[in-house]
Design a protein around this ligand. Structure first.
Ligand code: DC
Length: 220
């Protein structure tokens, strides 16, 4: 199963989503951003006003939501929550603030791990996240850990999210990224960390094309 997977992990705003989606296009295979899955659950948590520390309420919520991947109106392989495709709803400041807490809930991780594994059963796939190489597919054929300096990451997030962050300063964004890194790295389950057998890709001084070329070369 894991022979199908190209795992791309790394911290928030490292540029890994852009790199992973370009790489998938280059290889003509589907791309799955697992951060979107955690964001979709965080969106459902907020919408239903569930306390993510309440185990019973979280179990009930997880039973009631259906996450799926299928072709959207534009033919892109996209995530839907209970039959509805979500895009902008997943990158609001509210979801940004809640998602790391939701991603630390064991039952959430278990549900999403099952979905992630099922997506790689029948097809080659680029899957991107925090724990794809370490936990979801520990025997993936290809593992990359994409990162960049904190300054570059804050700048990229500012450039990328002008709308949602219109009033935020670079300093505020850097602080929010650092806080998410802290929660993601310190959680007891599936923390963000580079696995020993992953290739480190420091993209601080590389643009998207250069980073994709670096990874594609190793795969070839
Ligand atoms: O990649 P992103 O910023 O969209 O991810 C959103 C959150 O989801 C992030 O705080 C960490 C969490 N996440 C995770 O815990 N495991 C993954 N495989 C992907 C994301």
């Amino acid at each position: 199963m894991s022979a199908n997977v190209i795992a791309i992990d790394g911290p928030a705003a490292s540029g890994k989503s852009t790199v992973a989606s370009h790489l998938a296009r280059l290889l003509s295979i589907p791309y799955v951003n697992t951060g979107s899955m955690y964001r979709a659950v965080a969106y459902a948590v907020l919408e239903n006003k569930v306390d993510c520390n309440d185990t019973e309420a979280m179990a009930e919520l997880l039973d009631s939501i259906k996450l799926d991947y299928s072709a959207d109106e534009e033919g892109n392989f996209s995530l839907s929550l209970n039959g509805r495709f979500l895009k902008d709803e997943l990158v609001t400041p509210e979801v940004n603030a809640a998602v790391s807490h939701v991603a630390a809930v064991v039952a959430v991780r278990e549900k999403l791990k099952t979905l992630q594994r099922s997506l790689a059963e029948k097809q080659r796939i680029v899957m991107e996240g925090r724990d794809i190489g370490s936990v979801v597919f520990p025997d993936a054929r290809w593992k990359f850990f994409v990162t960049a300096s904190p300054e570059v990451r804050a700048k990229r997030r500012l450039d990328q999210s002008k709308e949602s962050y219109s009033s935020a300063t670079l300093e505020e964004i850097a602080k929010s990224i650092a806080e998410r890194d802290r929660i993601d790295s310190e959680r007891p389950v599936a923390p963000l960390k580079q696995c020993e057998d992953a290739v480190l890709v420091d993209s601080s001084n590389m643009n998207v094309e250069e980073t994709v070329a670096f990874i594609a070369e190793r795969i070839r």
